[in-house]
Design a binder for this molecule. Structure first.
Ligand SMILES: [Ca+2]
Length: 162
């Protein structure tokens, strides 16, 4: 998956759209995760990178049926590329914005806080990409006896500390 610096947002969308149409040759408007192989070629992903991309899709498959329509797929790819960008970027304003978008994406129930389950998904993803282990990362977010959810501010602070 290219990072946004390397590929403009509009271009990313058009590549996804084209590849989606190629996979969805019957025009059902949805494609299955197991049919996403062409994306590996299109985005020039290594087998490892492609594997982690598929894991990410499974995580973002909110309906749980293993299918994505075009809009869902674009949304998920944008988040994925944001996550990739975080690894590369050290510009504070940009990082803050990316982390904010990530928070919104992770807040599945729209409570504007992340509970342990919502956070664990992301931490699992991070552990795939960073040197931080899942245990260390969860400790850093400091879920204590009196703390069951974290806010955006806490998320940003802790994220940058990791
Ligand atoms: Ca939430």
């Amino acid at each position: 998956m290219p990072i946004p610096d390397e590929m403009e947002d509009a271009e990313l969308r058009s590549v996804i759209k084209r590849t989606f149409a190629e996979i969805d040759s019957d025009g059902f408007g949805v494609i299955r995760i197991e049919d996403m192989k062409p994306f590996q070629r299109v985005f020039e992903m290594t087998p490892d990178a492609f594997h982690s991309f598929l894991q990410f899709l499974k995580f973002f498959d909110k309906s749980g049926d293993g299918r994505f329509n075009l809009e869902e797929l674009i949304e998920t790819c944008v988040i994925y590329s944001l996550l990739m960008m975080l690894e590369e970027s050290h510009v504070p304003e940009l990082r803050r914005e990316v982390i904010r978008l990530l928070f919104i994406a992770l807040d599945e129930d729209g409570s504007q806080t992340l509970d342990k389950m919502e956070l664990e998904y992301m931490v699992g993803m991070m552990a795939d990409h960073c040197d931080v282990s899942k245990e260390v990362a969860m400790q850093a977010f400091d879920f204590g006896a009196d703390k069951e959810e974290i806010t955006l501010e806490e998320f940003i602070e802790t994220f940058d500390f990791l």
